[in-house]
Design a protein around this ligand. Structure first.
Ligand code: AMP
Length: 377
C-alpha cells in the first residue's frame, strides 16, 4: 500500500510517499513559497534531487503539481494517481476532541476548521491542503494525525492553568501541547532500543529543533509537556522565548509603545536563541560564534541548555524518575556538545540508571503508519 503524507505549513507543503510493505519512502519533497513568484518544488527520488521552478498561487496548484511529479515519467515513482492508496495529513490542533488519528469526513473537516480559533496560523493551511487533496485524489481515504492528540492523556493537574475556571469553559484555555507525533514516535523507538515495552517505561522525550518541547511519557502516555495553549510556552526555541512572567506582556507593551499582539509577535519571532544572541536562530551559527568566543552566542547556548535541564528535572519529579531521556530533532540529534553537556550535568542529579539517547524523529513515518492502520480496517 502506498501512502502519501502531506504536511501543510503557512507557505509550504512537505510530502513523502511511503510504501508500507517495503517500509521505505519512495519519494519526498517540498513545495515552497506558495503564493510567491519564486515558488518551486524540490523533489527527491532515490538520493537524487530535482528542483522545479513553477508558479504555485495556492495549495490546489501545489498539490496538483506534486501529484504530477509523483507520476512523472522521469522523476515519478508511480504509474498513475490511482497508485496512491491513502493520504495522511499532519494537523496541528484537534482541541480536546481528537485524542487519536481519524479518517477525515465532512464532520472532521469542519472541526479542523473550527479549531483554527486555537491555532490560527496552523489549522487553516491544513484545512486548505485537505480540501485540495480531496479534490485531486477524490476516491481515496484521508486521515488526520493531530499534533495535540498524544497529549490528551495529560491529567487535569498538568493541563490546567491557575486562571479563573470559567475561562477554560468559555474559551477552551488550557495547556494542549504540540509535537505529539514526534514525542510518540521517539518514545516507541526508545522502547525498541531498550528492548522493553513502552508501557513499562518512564521516558523524557526532548524535541529540540527550531521549535522545542519536552514531554514526560509515563508507561506510553504523555503526562506532561512543556508547550501549552500555544507553542510559545516552555523551552527557549529558535525565535520563541518559552516561559516568561506573564506580567511582561503589559510591561513591554507600555514601555515599547506596542500592542499586546505585537508583544506576542516579538515573543514568537524575535526572541529565543535569536533574541538572546542577536546573531541567529540557527544553532550551527551559534556554535560557530561561541567557539570563536562570542559572549552573546555563549549566553544563548547556556540559557537554552539550562532550561532543558530544568524541565528534565521537573519531569523526573512528575514521574518519580525516568528510565531514559531522549534527544531528537535538528539540535537533539546533531549537536554533540549539547548532548555532552546535558550528560555531564544530568549525571550529577540522575545517576547512571537513566540513559541519554539520541533518536532520529520520523513524524511522517508515524503519520503513514497511523493512516495505514485506519484505512486497512
Ligand atoms: P529542525 O527544526 O528539527 O529542522 O531543527 C533545526 C535546528 O537544528 C536549527 O537550530 C539547526 O541549526 C539545528 N541543526 C540541524 N542540523 C544540525 C547540525 N548538523 N549541527 C548543528 N545543528 C543542527
Amino acid at each position: 500500500m502506498n501512502i502519501l503524507v502531506i504536511n501543510c505549513g503557512s507557505s509550504s507543503i512537505k510530502y513523502q510517499l511511503f510504501c508500507i510493505e517495503k517500509k521505505i519512502a519512495l519519494a519526498s519533497g517540498i513545495a515552497e513559497k506558495i503564493g510567491d513568484e519564486s515558488s518551486r518544488i524540490i523533489h527527491h527520488k532515490s538520493n537524487k534531487t530535482f528542483t522545479k521552478s513553477i508558479n504555485l498561487p495556492d495549495y490546489f496548484k501545489a498539490i496538483e503539481n506534486i501529484a504530477e511529479l509523483l507520476t512523472d515519467s522521469e522523476w515519478g515513482v508511480l504509474e498513475s494517481k490511482k497508485n496512491v492508496h491513502a493520504i495522511g495529513h499532519r494537523v496541528v490542533h484537534g482541541g480536546e476532541e481528537f485524542k487519536s488519528s481519524v479518517i477525515i469526513n465532512k464532520y472532521v473537516l469542519n472541526r479542523i476548521k473550527f479549531y483554527s480559533k486555537l491555532a490560527p496560523l496552523h489549522n487553516p493551511p491544513a484545512y486548505n491542503g485537505i480540501k485540495a487533496t480531496m479534490h485531486i485524489f477524490p476516491h481515496i481515504k484521508q486521515v488526520a494525525v493531530f499534533d495535540t492528540a498524544f497529549h490528551q492523556t495529560m491529567p487535569e493537574e498538568a493541563f490546567m492553568y491557575g486562571l479563573p475556571y470559567r475561562l477554560y469553559k468559555k474559551y477552551c484555555i488550557r495547556r494542549y501541547g504540540f509535537h505529539g507525533t514526534s514525542h510518540r514516535y521517539v518514545a516507541q523507538a526508545a522502547a525498541e532500543m531498550l528492548k522493553k515495552p513502552v508501557q513499562k517505561l518512564k521516558l523524557i522525550t526532548c524535541h529540540l529543533g527550531n521549535g522545542c518541547s519536552i514531554t514526560a511519557v509515563k508507561y506510553g502516555k504523555s503526562v506532561d509537556t512543556s508547550m501549552g495553549f500555544t507553542p510559545l510556552e516552555g523551552l527557549i526555541m529558535g525565535t520563541r522565548c518559552g516561559d516568561v512572567d506573564p506580567a511582561l506582556v503589559s510591561f513591554i507593551s507600555e514601555k515599547e509603545k506596542i500592542s499586546a499582539e505585537e508583544v506576542t509577535n516579538l515573543m514568537n519571532r524575535k526572541s529565543g536563541l535569536l533574541g538572546l544572541s542577536g546573531i541567529s536562530n540557527d544553532m550551527r551559527d551559534l556554535l560557530e560564534k561561541a567557539n570563536k568566543g562570542d559572549k552573546r552566542a555563549k549566553l544563548a547556548l547556556d540559557v537554552f541548555i539550562y532550561r532543558v535541564k530544568k524541565y528534565i528535572g521537573a519531569y523526573l519529579a512528575a514521574m518519580n524518575g525516568a528510565d531514559a531521556v531522549i534527544l531528537t530533532a535538528g539540535i537533539g540529534e546533531n549537536v554533540g556538545i549539547i548532548k555532552k553537556r546535558l550528560a555531564k550535568e544530568m549525571n550529577a542529579f540522575l545517576g547512571r540508571r537513566t540513559k541519554l539517547l539520541s533518536i532520529h524523529t520520523e513524524e511522517e513515518r508515524l503519520i503513514a503508519l497511523d493512516t495505514f492502520e485506519l484505512v486497512k480496517k
